[in-house]
Every structure is written in structure tokens, then in C-alpha cells.
Design a protein around this ligand. Structure first.
Ligand code: ZN
Ligand code: ZN
Length: 289
């Protein structure tokens, strides 16, 4: 269906991993189509980033979670709660791998005191009944409405299994979100010919510094980072083989390194294996579709 209003991709948070930093917010993205909003991941800070972007949370139609690592879901519950408190009347459809249902219910239990109080004394609509959670368990069609069609495939992310990649089709355009993944052959097919591939990226040179800062000498931690993510040259190979038009880098590891988290380093690292357009993502960057 042709879009009446311009549609866009907004990078809300581009920092990858659970450590604390100031440079980038944790992973979250928004697609805006015909005024409706679709959220992909909800890391710590997503609400503030939405507010800074001027995106109306009452327009959120669906939330897609790639996997349940905390950097992708830390503010998932808060996003639902504050969206309700800001006037959303529902429904909001939420998709992601198990145990997303349990996580949603646990968050509602955690906030039960506040939720009940506001329903009772502020005459607000019921919160729980406006949230629909559908758990994804395999490669599949996920969601469709008059603006978007969404499919997913499983991608390899070390021990964090399952982890999903989402493909959005909007008015003839294809936008793929890699989610967290090591180099994935399946993703190359899934993203084939995409207008935009939003892909995570790892600079191997930064791994030792992360380990040094958090758990010096921790081999398991080192393996987790290296085996679960995609290096700069691998990201370029994927984009080349999939023949994507524009590659948008996000989920930067390391994030906030004064030496390594620099536009030219990410550009140069990926450019060696990809000739198309490369956008080094920054928080709140808006990309027209
Ligand atoms: Zn992550
Ligand atoms: Zn992850």
C-alpha cells in the first residue's frame, strides 16, 4: 500500500553490550510509517530517546524484540508502562523469543502496586489487557498491518539462543535488522537485495580493553564477545553478498572507546569488504525510507 506520509527509520540507541557508558544509548530502533510507530528492541534509555526524537508513544503499534539479552530488553517493561501512563489505550503487540511472556507478566507484577493505584484512583484503562505478547519460536511470518509486513529468521548469537533477525517490508522497501549475531549465511539470503541492512558490528581490537575494564583475565567473557558477534570485515562481506543498497551500522562493540568508537574507524573497517553506502549509526539519527 502506498504511504501517505513519509516513512523513516530512527536509530534510538546504538551502543552494544551491558556495561555502563555515556557515549551511546542501548539498542533500540523505531520505524515510522504513516504516522504509526514500530519499535525494534528496547534497551536501557529507550523512553528518553523516543522523547528526544519527538516520537509520540501513543502511536506505537508493535514492539519486536530480537533476543532477551538485557541490552535489548532492559527498558521493555518501562516502555510499555510509561506508554500506557502517557495515554496509549492499546493494543500494543509485542513479539520476541521466550520467555517474553513471563518477562512481561513479571514486570507487571513488579509494578502491580502502581498499576492498580492508577487504575483505581485515576480512572485509567486496564494496562494488562492492552498488551498482547506473542512468542516467536521459529523462522516465520510475524506481523502484518496496512503499513508493514514483518518476517523473522533465527540467527546465531553464541549461547544466547534463540536470537532473531527481522525483515520489514514497507511500501516496496525492505529493511532488515540483523539483531545480535555472528556472521550468518542465513542472514545473507534473508537480507538479499535489501534497501537497508541495519547490522551489528564488532571491532576485535576493542575486546581486550572491555575485558580489562570489567573482568580482567576472564576467558569465558572473551569467548562470549568474539563468538557471538560480527567483525567489521564480516559485516562488509555480508552486505556485499546480500547486495544491500545501504548498510547501517549499529550495536557498536566497543562503545564509547575514545580510540576505537570513531566514525572513520568503523567506515574504514567495513569499507574493505563493501562498496555500497555505509552509514555509521549515531543515536537519534533519522534515515528516510
Ligand atoms: Zn546486544
Ligand atoms: Zn546479545
Amino acid at each position: 500500500m502506498p504511504l501517505k506520509e513519509s516513512s523513516e527509520l530512527v536509530l534510538l540507541g546504538t551502543g552494544g553490550g551491558p556495561r555502563i557508558w555515556a557515549a551511546r544509548s542501548q539498542p533500540a530502533n523505531a520505524i515510522i510509517a504513516n504516522g504509526d510507530v514500530y519499535i525494534i528492541d528496547a534497551g536501557d534509555g529507550v523512553i528518553g530517546q523516543l522523547a528526544k526524537s519527538g516520537i509520540d508513544t501513543n502511536s506505537i503499534k508493535a514492539i519486536f524484540i530480537t533476543h532477551n539479552h538485557s541490552d535489548h530488553v532492559a527498558d521493555y517493561g518501562t516502555l510499555l508502562l510509561r506508554t500506557w501512563q502517557s495515554g496509549h489505550k492499546g493494543p500494543i503487540n509485542c513479539f520476541g523469543p521466550p520467555p517474553l511472556k513471563d518477562m512481561t507478566n513479571s514486570y507487571m507484577d513488579y509494578m502491580n502496586w502502581d498499576i492498580n493505584l492508577r487504575i483505581q484512583h485515576e480512572a485509567r484503562p486496564d494496562f494488562k489487557s492492552m498488551i498482547n505478547v506473542l512468542e516467536i519460536t521459529h523462522n516465520s511470518f510475524v506481523y502484518q498491518d496496512s503499513n508493514v509486513k514483518v518476517d523473522c529468521i533465527k540467527v546465531p548469537h553464541g549461547e544466547a539462543d534463540p536470537s532473531y533477525s527481522y525483515r520489514f517490508q514497507i511500501d516496496g522497501k525492505v529493511i532488515v535488522f540483523s539483531g545480535d549475531t555472528s556472521k550468518s549465511e542465513a542472514l545473507i539470503g534473508f537480507a538479499s537485495g535489501a534497501d537497508i541492512l541495519v547490522h551489528e558490528v564488532l571491532n576485535l581490537e576493542g575486546v581486550e580493553a572491555i575485558i580489562e575494564k570489567t573482568y580482567p583475565g576472564n576467558e569465558a567473557f572473551r569467548n562470549h564477545i568474539i563468538e557471538g558477534h560480527t567483525t567489521m570485515s564480516e559485516v562488509g562481506e555480508i552486505a556485499s553478498q546480500a547486495k544491500v543498497k545501504t548498510l547501517v551500522l549499529n550495536h557498536f562493540v566497543p562503545t564509547g572507546s575514545p580510540l576505537l568508537d570513531k566514525e572513520e574507524i568503523w567506515q574504514d573497517g567495513v569499507r574493505k569488504t563493501f562498496n555500497g553506502q555505509i552509514i555509521v549509526g549515531t543515536d537519534l539519527l533519522r534515515i528516510p525510507l
